[in-house]
Design a binder for this molecule. Structure first.
Ligand SMILES: [Zn+2]
Length: 492
């Protein structure tokens, strides 16, 4: 998808939103926006933080290639155990003072007991596994993906942002606070999953079960799912700290058309493939309804910082909603932000050119916006495709959309303040993630669940996550650690 550069001011939010979700899409990159920003970074750091240590340790963690393949039998548990061992030798105070447990042998649950046993804990999350390098893309990396090279103002490697950067920052911050003599009132729990990239069910899913068994209900959960965008064109040229307050759900639906079959020399008026094609076409024409007002919290945060002429559009969605909806419909990324999306991903029918297939099927992937449910999707499909097509949920992965966490609670204020202290140039803004993270396992029994990684980037840089040339800016090293220090100090 190409990045739109010529946009009428009226379509501003479309582009802004597109920029916001660039983490999940590859947009074209401009070299100009890839220049590291070190402005005000020093002032944003807690005293005594060693950014170089963070970079050294992150580079060493990148060199432990914890790739998670979809086929679980391909994954070597020794790779994850090497991370355990690395953390043990690198962060001695954490391992001396905390209860460190393994869950299902490979995920880590670390508890730093607070002095106030009645206070619900702060939960810091990350994951140890990374996605593979897509075969054929190796040559696109300027530096070897598992070498942990520092060059040109960046630390390069698979997992630098997703998600070993946050993981190492959490460990550095915890060790730093212990060295500094900080004693939390509120208990701090750290959860590092080992299979997030393949669903998380064997890792964070079981960590969540463990907390439920112990009747532990985190007050604030912070996981991946956000970051600091350098700019938000053309709404604002200030940087924007996107904090995930919700994430979309997921279901695959199988559509099946059945018929008589027989010889192709005497075809019926409608074949199974023809009936299936009509059903697919109907689903693409009749989309799930848009709910533009889900953007209200994001627009409320941005409104004070945009061109005054834009403000009424952002702050009156009750009336401007239809215009915003039309605008967003023109961009797949923006459209995904305001509705449950419909994507036909597999179609199959027929084996021989002179045989009428008795069955044809398609798989349709829905990403469910908070406010809709899996049942709403099934009801919608039923209504749209009519009674002659069989529909059923397909595959094992079925995820309801998350609850939407508050932007007015004490937990939000603690998080927003910690971000502002570490990234004073950024506007803190809630948003909905179109992908799923491990934190969804904790949503049902926790207070507010948010996603934020303390790293800055252009839209092109965030598009490197799961892609080619993933990297973090070395100028972010100190304040990535500072952010987690401040969060623990402010929350605990
Ligand atoms: Zn991740």
């Amino acid at each position: 998808m190409k990045r739109t550069t010529k946009v009428a001011i009226g379509a501003a939010w479309t582009v802004a939103f597109a920029a916001a979700v660039a983490a999940t899409r590859r947009l074209s990159e401009s070299g100009a926006t890839d220049v590291p920003l070190s402005a005000r970074a020093d002032a944003a750091e807690e005293g005594g933080i060693d950014g170089d240590a963070f970079l050294t340790h992150l580079a060493e963690a990148i060199r432990l290639p914890t790739v998670a393949f979809e086929e679980r039998e391909r994954n070597d548990p020794q790779e994850i155990l090497a991370v355990h061992e690395y953390l043990r030798s690198t962060y001695p105070l954490v391992h001396e003072r905390c209860t460190v447990e393994t869950i299902n042998d490979l995920s880590l649950l670390i508890t730093w007991g607070g002095t106030d046993r009645d206070a619900d804990p702060l939960l810091l999350m990350a994951h140890m596994d990374v996605v593979p390098i897509e075969p054929g893309t190796e040559d696109g990396w300027d530096f070897e993906p598992f070498a942990g090279t520092v060059a040109n103002g960046f630390l390069w490697g698979r997992g630098t942002i997703d998600d070993k950067g946050p993981l190492i920052a959490i460990m550095e911050a915890t060790e730093h606070l212990m060295r500094a003599g900080f004693e939390p009132e509120r208990t701090v729990i750290i959860s590092f999953g080992h299979d997030e990239e393949i669903g998380g069910a064997q890792g964070a899913g079981l960590v969540a079960d463990t907390l439920i068994e112990r009747d532990i209900r985190p007050w604030l959960v912070i996981d991946e799912g956000g970051g600091v965008m350098d700019e938000f064109p053309p709404l604002t040229d200030r940087s924007v700290a996107l904090v995930k307050t919700a994430e979309k759900g997921f279901i695959d639906v199988k559509l099946t058309a059945t018929g008589e079959g027989g010889h192709s020399s005497v075809p019926p008026s409608e074949s199974t493939i023809g009936a299936l094609a009509v059903a697919i076409q109907q689903l693409e024409t009749h989309q799930m309804p848009a709910r533009v007002r889900i953007l209200e919290p994001m627009f409320a945060a941005l409104a004070p910082h945009v061109d005054p002429k834009m403000r009424p559009i952002l702050t009156n969605l009750k009336f401007t909603g239809p215009i915003v909806e039309r605008m967003n419909a023109g961009s797949p990324i923006a459209n995904a932000g305001i509705r449950t999306t419909t994507a036909v991903t597999i179609v199959s029918g027929g084996v021989k050119s002179n045989v009428l297939p008795q069955e044809a099927f398609a798989i349709v992937n829905f990403r469910i916006l908070p406010g809709d449910t899996i049942q709403d999707v099934l009801d919608h499909v039923r209504k749209v495709v009519g009674p002659d097509i069989t529909i059923e949920p397909h595959g094992e992965m079925r995820v309801e959309p998350s609850l939407v966490s508050s932007t007015e609670s004490d937990a939000w204020n603690v998080l927003a303040t910690s971000i502002e202290e570490s990234f004073p140039e950024a506007i803190v803004t809630p948003w909905t993630l179109t992908a799923a993270t491990d934190s969804r396992y904790f949503a049902a029994f926790s207070g507010d669940v948010y996603g934020f990684a303390p790293f800055t980037g252009s839209d092109g840089e965030f598009a490197r996550i799961h892609g080619t040339g993933e990297r973090v800016r070395t100028s972010d090293a100190g304040r990535a650690v500072s952010f987690f220090c401040r969060l623990m100090r402010n929350a605990c």
